[in-house]
Design a binder for this molecule. Structure first.
Ligand code: IPM
Ligand code: MG
Length: 369
């Protein structure tokens, strides 16, 4: 029997609750496919700082090194609680960015998927969503740009506090993410929206040059260049025009959250972070400390991340589709959780774990592959 070791980094806030539902699905997938997932939990995030004095402890690094793939929950604390942790140990800077850097997970896939069964969550009018719903994928460069560039803070000659952060890319970094984006577009509708800001930023001038160069190898893919600020508007006004979008790190951070907004919740945004040798999978949202521990968070983004892991790390494409289908079914039957829907929204309101149970029950009904 094939065995895959998976590192589970529960994270903070709602992380452990939604991870428990992901584990339910992984256990069922293992049973259905006669494979063995060795699931090992590792401390990560603010909770790890308080238990181990380190938000990305050495033993977790070792676990991730050994694992075939990593499933990570959301991390972080609220603004006030964060201040209890030294700035460089705060989970975003002390754990998440080092995780991305360690495995060079440069290619971040963020599907923005709103089939009819989820359309009622969206704040967009039905005529904007259209009959086919929304189905696009944001490809975000994840280990370069401003987030990883050199930083400097200090007091200048005039006695004023100042800060400098560099947006750095070299041509190889851009070409790598460009190839991932063109490959993805080639497998889908053969249209790639390149998001940039070349009317102001030199980084975008180089970015666009490389997109053109790499694009020469993909004559069947049409490239549409859009300024990032305009793209933000089009995402609201006409999201159906997009299929695959590619952009640098910070643009992707911001536009993918906006995409969560057009779905109706970041809770509907799973993601995959792919490096040359290792990948990790995570919800695109934060740890929602305000609702942690209440059993009201929807596990969609965490279970969706499992589906992406099955497909992208273990080549289990058909079973991944089954997991997506099972989640859609649970919504289509009128179920929801309190984080996604308000009382009186005409849905059957259930808890995090009840939602996971229903997804498991639907998955169990899918023919084995
Ligand atoms: C995301 C998050 C992270 C990011 C934070 C938590 C550092 O917002 O994955 O989008 O900015 O990349
Ligand atoms: Mg973000």
């Amino acid at each position: 029997m094939a065995t895959h070791k998976i590192a589970l980094l529960d994270g903070d806030g709602i992380g452990p609750e939604i991870m428990a539902e992901a584990v339910k699905i992984l256990d069922l997938v293992a049973q259905r496919n006669e494979i063995d997932f060795e699931l090992v939990h590792g401390a990560f995030g603010a909770s790890a700082y308080f238990s181990h004095g380190d938000s990305f402890p050495e033993e977790t690094k070792k676990l991730c090194d050994e694992a075939a793939a990593i499933l990570k929950g959301p991390i972080g604390l609220n603004h006030e609680e964060s201040k209890k942790i030294p700035v460089d140990m705060q989970p975003e800077r002390g754990a998440l960015l080092p995780l991305r850097r360690r495995f060079n997970t440069f290619a971040n896939f963020r599907p923005v998927y709103l089939p009819q069964s989820l359309a009622h969550f969206s704040p967009l009018k039905p005529e904007i969503i259209g009959d086919n719903g929304i189905d696009m994928i944001i490809i975000r460069e994840l280990v370069g740009g401003l987030y990883f560039g050199k930083k400097e803070m200090g007091v200048n000659a005039e006695g004023k506090r100042y800060v400098v952060e560099n947006l750095e890319y070299d041509e190889d970094q851009i070409a790598n993410i460009a190839r991932v984006a063109f490959d993805t577009a080639q497998k889908r509708k053969k249209v790639l929206h390149n998001i940039h800001k070349s009317n102001v930023l030199k980084s975008s001038v180089l970015w666009n040059e490389i997109i053109d160069e790499v694009g020469a190898d993909y004559p069947d893919v049409k490239v549409v260049n859009i300024l990032v600020d305009a793209a933000a508007t089009y995402l609201c006004l006409n999201p159906g025009q997009f299929d695959v979008m590619v952009m640098e790190n910070m643009f992707g951070d911001i536009l993918s959250d906006q995409a969560g907004g057009i779905l109706g919740s970041l809770g509907l945004m799973p993601s995959a972070c792919i490096g040359p040798e290792k990948a990790y999978y995570e919800p695109s949202h934060g740890s929602a400390p305000d609702i942690a521990g209440q059993g009201i968070a929807n596990p969609y983004s965490m279970i969706g991340s499992v589906a992406m892991m099955l497909e992208m790390s273990f080549g289990m494409e058909a079973e991944a589709k089954n997991v997506w289908h099972a989640m859609q079914e649970v919504f289509a039957q009128g179920n929801s959780t309190p984080d996604l829907s308000k009382p009186g929204a005409g849905v059957n309101m259930i808890s995090t774990s009840a939602f996971g149970d229903l997804v498991a029950a639907e998955l169990a009904k899918c023919p084995k592959v």
